[in-house]
Write a protein that binds this ligand. Structure first.
Ligand code: PFF
Length: 451
């Protein structure tokens, strides 16, 4: 399979494909609720600093690793040093954990689209609509099944390319629509306070947890520390500049997240007064806030339908690339055919997805480390496993194969302007920060556990 790697046509092809994987629910659903919860401006600032340091260095390293070896994660680590193949395996577990709960949110998006299409926008803006919906025992599971079923069918039929093409047209429309909604929301009475909260850093809200949350979000949003960018790198042509591709993917991904925040956070101030409780809503924030914004808009139903279609496509391209990754690993490792592998991954994701979905409803009383099951899967992948994989990747590049390997790969196709920053981040800054943050936050989580 590895022998006949097809490659992306040119730079735009690579950037768009990688951006297609990167831009998804992470930007539109997850970023705003974390920013709202972890202090607004301070979260945004920490996120941007991390994006231009950690994000830049790790993405360069992963794409470089992939292109240098021409292999995906497990093979790439194995080829460079057999003893470190385990990093590839560890990275490969992460998409398998993310896919199930990602599909739960994909199901919520599908439900909201159906609500808007059937003229239920007014009900959706009701105070308890979202909570009523997710606490139902079966309905969210049906939507989960629809979303994950659609993903599996697309992967099985091998028609991802078609979806990706459509989504490349839809992505720019999503950007324009998000900017439009954000501008509209920012001018609603009472929104300005929210704009300030989102943009102006309040340093008293800085904590290790903020940094960890921002770091986990960065990895999640840019599809880092889970082997995905290594695979994308392996498909990248040798004459495409890695550094400028990374810059473009980062700008695109962070830009969309920024506008999603601007669309949602000020609206929380407009409709719920920006209380800590409203801001700390978590996973439901987008679903509770946006219908209220659409309700006040002329043509709100149309905007709602368009918005949820676009988000659904962004979610599908991401869930497809998650499932694709897991399916191909299961194929290779269990030596079974694609269909069977697809079926196994589908059933596994459905089972784990059901557990996380019920974590927000019938099983909300079941807590692990003080979190419901949904939040626990999110925490385990984003705040524990991904930082560990990122740390190991930095150590591997920084001290085992040495940064020069990546530098040579980058320079083979253009300039590497931020070479010094790259080496400093990979060898020192990232490993030290990740260890400090990881230890402090895990202690924190266990602290909650004791109470
Ligand atoms: N980066 C995606 C998002 O922000 O929604 C999530 C994701 C998609 C991660 C695909 C990994 C992946 F392979």
């Amino acid at each position: 399979m590895e022998k006949n790697r097809s490659s992306f046509t040119g730079k735009l092809g690579f950037v768009l494909a990688a951006a297609g994987s990167a831009v998804g629910l992470g930007n539109i659903w997850r970023f705003p609720y974390l920013a709202a919860k972890y202090g607004g401006g301070i979260f945004l600032l920490v996120y941007i600093i991390l994006a231009v340091t950690f994000g830049f260095a790790l993405m360069t390293a992963e794409i470089g690793l992939g292109r240098k070896t021409g292999l995906s994660a497990i093979g790439a680590f194995n080829k460079l040093n057999k003893k470190f193949t385990f990093i590839g395996y560890l990275a490969a577990i992460i998409p398998a954990i993310i896919l199930p709960y990602y599909s739960v949110i994909g199901g919520w998006v599908t439900k909201y689209l159906a609500v808007y299409v059937t003229g239920g926008g007014h009900e959706a803006a009701g105070k308890t609509f979202f909570d009523d919906f997710i606490s139902k025992p079966f309905e969210p599971l049906v939507w989960l099944l629809i979303f994950i079923g659609a993903t599996a069918v697309i992967v099985l039929l091998g028609v991802e390319k078609g979806i990706e093409k459509v989504s490349k047209i839809m992505m720019p429309i999503l950007v324009v629509l998000s900017v439009g909604i954000a501008i509209y929301a920012a001018f609603l009475p009472g929104a300005w306070e929210g704009v300030v909260y989102y943009i102006k850093p309040d340093f008293s809200k800085f904590s290790a947890t903020t940094v960890l949350a921002a770091m986990g979000q960065l990895f999640y949003s840019m599809s880092l520390a889970m082997g995905i960018m290594i695979t994308y790198g392996s498909y990248m042509k040798k004459d495409v500049s890695i550094e400028s591709s990374v810059t473009q993917i980062e700008l695109f991904d962070t830009g969309i997240a920024f506008f999603a925040g601007l669309m949602i956070i000020p609206s929380v101030f407009v409709f719920s007064g920006g209380t800590p409780e409203a801001l700390g809503k978590g996973a439901g924030l987008m679903f509770e806030t946006l219908p209220k914004v659409f309700e006040t808009m002329p043509g709100g139903t149309f905007v709602g339908i368009t918005f949820f279609i676009l988000v659904l496509f962004a979610a599908l391209t991401s869930s497809i690339s998650l499932m694709e990754t897991v399916v191909s690993i299961v194929c290779d490792k269990l030596k079974i055919d694609r269909k069977l592998s697809c079926l196994i991954v589908f059933l596994f994701s459905l089972a784990l997805g059901t557990v996380s979905s019920l974590g927000k409803g019938a099983l909300s009383g079941v807590k692990v480390l003080g979190m419901d099951l949904f939040d626990f899967f999110d925490f385990a992948s984003n705040s524990v496993l991904m930082p560990i994989v990122a740390l190991l990747t930095c150590i591997f590049i920084g001290f085992i194969v040495k940064p020069q390997l990546i530098i040579d790969e980058v320079e083979s196709s253009g300039k590497f302007k931020r070479k010094k920053i790259f080496v400093f981040v990979i060898k020192y800054l990232a490993p030290i920060c990740i260890v400090l943050i990881l230890v402090s936050s895990v202690l924190d989580a266990f602290g909650i556990f004791k109470i």
